[in-house]
Design a protein around this ligand. Structure first.
Ligand SMILES: [Ca+2]
Ligand SMILES: [Ca+2]
Length: 264
């Protein structure tokens, strides 16, 4: 029964929001600073993880819709209960009358946030709008990647992945950037702090500046890897210990080499 109520509510949301979005579309160029973004995340087989949805908005939003795909062979959303497809999520940004994310069909997540009589919408700004709970399938092969791709609704392309302002009269298309889920531990060569494909004096300089001056280029941290590229000993910290190991490795022929972050 609960599932039916949720489904009908979601259907109503979709219809209402479609009407709102049909009123006055604005070109994407005009609102180029507005962004809807999924990110790269890393999860081990069988692990629960979060897919954050990031929104940057230049108007106070009265609503938005989201629709994206994932690889069903690799990951799956975690539901409240087997008979309820709605996902247990709350808005991290904004206050809405209706806020619903659900498994629209296998491999497709659909979300809608709308204000009617209650809710104040989403203030101008940027940050994570919602976090979606997922699980990496236990048999997913390490090294595989599930793309996270925004897609239009098949019946109404302008009703998915759109924003509307607080009046509902202005609807516009944000810049959309997809993401991916990396299964397992996937790291570039450790010590390659600038991720250019080699460990050399440039990395030593970058690390020296970062550790002792603090405000220069930050060593690369790949989302598919549990530690920073520059964390030479994989202890989770970037500090002078790493720098000593760098110098010994690059200049003094110490063949101990960097750690393997994928070995626990
Ligand atoms: Ca390098
Ligand atoms: Ca370290």
């Amino acid at each position: 029964m609960i599932a039916k109520i949720d489904k009908s509510a979601a259907g109503l949301c979709f219809i209402v929001f479609f009407i709102l979005l049909s009123v006055s579309p604005v070109s994407a160029e005009e609102w180029a600073t507005d962004t809807l973004r999924l990110v790269e995340v890393n999860a081990y087989p069988g692990e629960n993880f979060i897919i954050p949805v990031y929104i940057a908005n230049s108007l106070v939003l009265g609503g938005y819709t989201i629709r994206f795909t994932y690889d069903t062979a690799l990951v799956e959303p975690i539901t409240i209960a087997p008979d309820n497809p709605a996902m247990a999520v709350v808005p991290l940004r904004g206050s809405f009358s209706i806020f619903n994310f659900e498994l629209a069909e296998p491999g497709v997540i659909a979300g809608v946030a709308v204000i009617f009589s209650s809710g104040t919408g989403m203030e101008i700004g940027s940050g994570t709008a919602v976090e979606l709970p997922f699980r990496a399938k236990s048999y997913a092969l390490e090294g595989s990647v599930s793309p996270l791709t925004f897609i239009p609704h098949p019946d109404s392309p302008n009703s998915s992945n759109w924003f509307s302002d607080i009046t509902g009269l202005i609807a516009y298309e944000p810049t959309r950037l997809g993401g991916s889920v990396w299964i397992g531990c996937i790291c570039a060569e450790m010590g390659d702090a600038d991720s250019d494909g080699g460990v050399n004096p440039v990395d030593v300089v970058l690390m020296t500046n970062y550790i002792y001056k603090g405000f220069l280029t930050t060593p690369i941290k790949q989302s598919s890897c549990p530690v920073n590229n520059g964390d030479f000993n994989c202890d989770g910290r970037l500090n002078p210990v790493d720098l000593v190991m760098y110098v010994n490795y690059v200049y003094r022929g110490d063949q101990t080499g960097p750690c393997d972050p994928c070995v626990e």
